[in-house]
Design a binder for this molecule. Structure first.
Ligand SMILES: [Fe+2]
Ligand SMILES: [Fe+2]
Length: 268
């Protein structure tokens, strides 16, 4: 049974991730060499596709017929499968040294493909109505996003000018902090279902939230400094904003889990 909640959740996800996919196309394009015209054209094509999806998602309202949204989600799912395949193809080209001198790190290309895969899975979950049980979702989503955050810290560290010694050190500290949190999340993952108690999951969320907030603030500072041309880096201003928004998104998810966990406790 599709209802208004389905429409609201779908539009939230598609509005957020279609903009992200559109920006990935731009970042990939900027990292190609000027002679890679075929790859540049493909990236441009994805930019246009996801911009159209974003506009369409913004034009729908919470009152839109759920069946229309279901078909729209399928359309977005297909487009996301294509961009995922494109990203994996580019990763293959880089790892077999067929793009010497291009400027996309392999980990960045892998990272954006993982985000596409995540978005595709979310769309499939929404359309089939098969959501994971809360305790599993808490662990899985945190394992996914902690790795994303750890990667962001690494990208920032590597794209800052090496002469920005203090900022590079701060970014490296975040990288270590998030690697540690990721290991902890994986420990909790392997100890399930016994690890899925309310106090353990609650503490897990609290601990992650503290670190994500401080990384989010660091990204905001970096973004402001880049916008004002106060620091030396090869970070595109939109990339700084992009990783900031992804941290904000993770915080929204953590808070949503926290609320569900509290409700769950009250009702049991
Ligand atoms: Fe991204
Ligand atoms: Fe990301």
């Amino acid at each position: 049974m599709l209802d208004q909640a389905f429409v609201v959740r779908s539009l939230e996800e598609v509005r957020f991730w279609s903009r992200i996919m559109k920006e990935h196309s731009l970042f990939l394009k900027l990292g190609f060499r000027c002679e890679d015209t075929q790859l540049i054209n493909e990236a441009n094509h994805f930019y246009v596709t996801f911009e159209a999806i974003e506009n369409k998602a913004n034009a729908f309202t919470t009152g839109t017929d759920p069946n229309v949204i279901k078909r729209f989600n399928e359309e977005v799912h297909t487009a996301t499968s294509y961009i995922w395949a494109f990203k994996r193809k580019v990763l293959g080209l880089i790892l077999t040294c067929q793009l010497p001198g291009a400027n996309n790190f392999p980990l960045l290309v892998d990272h954006v493909s993982r985000e596409a895969n995540y978005f595709r899975n979310r769309l499939a979950e929404l359309n089939t109505g098969q959501l994971e049980p809360l305790a599993d979702a808490i662990i899985d989503e945190n394992v996914f996003f902690l790795r994303i955050m750890a990667d962001h810290a690494k990208f920032i560290s590597h794209l800052l000018d090496p002469s920005e010694r203090q900022l590079v050190e701060q970014a490296n500290n975040f990288s270590q902090e998030f690697d540690t949190l990721l290991y902890q999340a994986r420990d909790l993952e392997s100890m399930r279902p016994q690890s899925q108690t309310v106090p353990l999951l609650d503490q897990f969320l609290d601990q992650n939230r503290v670190s994500v907030k401080s990384l989010r603030d660091f990204k905001k500072t970096a973004k402001d400094l880049i916008d004002a041309c106060r620091i030396k880096s090869i970070i595109h201003p939109l990339l700084a904003d992009h990783v900031f928004r992804e941290a904000e998104h993770f915080l929204v998810i953590i808070d949503m889990f926290e609320r569900s966990l509290t409700d769950h406790q009250k009702s049991s």
